[in-house]
Design a protein around this ligand. Sequence first.
Ligand code: NAD
Length: 526
Amino acid sequence: MPVPQRQTLDRLRDLAALGDPAGRPQRRIDEVFTGDPLAEIPMGDAEDVTAAFAEARAAQGRWAETSPRERAAVFERYRTLILDNRDFLMDLLQAETGKSRAAANEEVLGLALATQYYARVASGLLRPYRVPGLFPILVHTVVYHQPKGVVGFISPWNYPMILSIGDAVPALLAGNAAVIKPDSRTPFSLLANAELLYRAGLPRDVLAVVPGEGTVVGAEIAGNCDYLMFTGSTATGRLLAEQCARRLIGFSAELGGKNPMIVAAGADLDTVARAALRACFGNAGQLCLSMERIYVEAAVAQEFTEKFVAATESMTVGGAYDFTVAMGSMISADQLERVAKHVADAKSKGAKVLTGGNPRPDLGPLFYEPTVLTGVTDEMECARQETFGPLVAIYPVDTVDEAVARANDSEYGLNASVWAGSKARGRQIARRLRTGTVNVDEGYVPAFGSMGAPMGGMRDSGLGRRNGVEGLLKYTEPQAVATTRFKNLDTPPFLTDGQWQRLMIQLAGLVGLLPGRDVPPRTRRL
Ligand code: NAD
């Protein structure tokens, strides 16, 4: 079984930015599929965070002085190393999270794609650009992008590579240093990538990884950083938002979701039923983007439900370090309990379990069946709360308008999926949804994988965006440098003050008429 070797994990553990690992509390990391111990990781504390920031701050200026192209070259090499080491990275991801090989592959490829995208576009995005000055001719104004400084990252366990180092890539390319806290359950997935980045040429002191408890290490990162990128639950996001607001620093948060799928009459139901497995049960539903509510037009509801239930029952579930199994394990007992609790609550209040609804201890300690419910009503916990597991409810609706209204009736607004028979109709429905991403004829991969497109949530699903232009420029401070072309704006000696004021009024009228660059180059028109 390709569980990463003990020596490899010891080597990675030594990369953690901890003053002296000896004598610290250790956390045991288990192989999720079996519950067998993998390795121990020393836990950092507030002092480690302070030290990591001091070192990163001292190094950041030098890093920012390198050209964007030099920095991009490091990340081109890192991307190659990701792909060269993809089997090892997938083994590690599976061992620490219990995800299927396909979900691990999706994460490793996503990380390589994000790195490639930002390595290619960073120089262009960071290029200074001219804007029309105060007065044509008289004032020359240029906008620069300065790095924020040292960016803090607090990351979750479900995609522990792409949601940690993947977010740090654009920040580092923009000339920042980074201090990252992995989730306590998945430190090695992040440390393995830190090692690859150091091998690719990133200076060691520009990136620090501090494992530790959220309330200790996470809170200290939020108290020290110049900008905070957080991915995790809405509850923690709110706490951190308050802390950042008090410090008046920027904050970006990717939080929870209760994502809706709409299936309109006219959609090819066989295709939807198969693809919905990916959309609902990818990473065993432990994915902020996965679907937990399916609204189906009544005319096709019964047929869709039968096909989807049959497809769900044909899914293979288990722990395998290869592509033979479709769905893996829950990561922790907490997660397993949460799913079981939502199912028990729904059943007790009258919902019907169409398939699944049971843990599978015969497969390993933390497996749970992919589960489909009907008859879910608003007083049930799973109706509006995020389950974050392999649980989805089907709701028949009379019309697409009703589906749109119910899809939008949520505290969350992260991702949605639309199946409408025609792409054009799918896009029309998509535009009516209040979610940060919408996938037409798929669940989540096309939008998340479109690295040039911003990804994030509306309402309780978050603040700010990753990916695309926004995903890099948020780690910069725009700085406008304006220069008067002549001496300065004093009244010239050959004019009276009144003449000078009237001239300025006339010049102001010309602003916008004269050609003036520029806004940053974006993408092509639709
Ligand atoms: P969580 O908020 O409990 O933990 C996330 C991270 O925050 C961990 O590293 C944790 O140690 C740290 N943390 C916890 N309390 C903290 C505190 N008081 N101060 C500072 N740091 C603290 O979230 P989780 O349960 O591990 O992750 C699951 C949640 O994350 C789900 O709600 C899911 O939807 C969301 N999520 C969102 C996205 C997205 O991109 N929108 C992606 C993945 C997960």
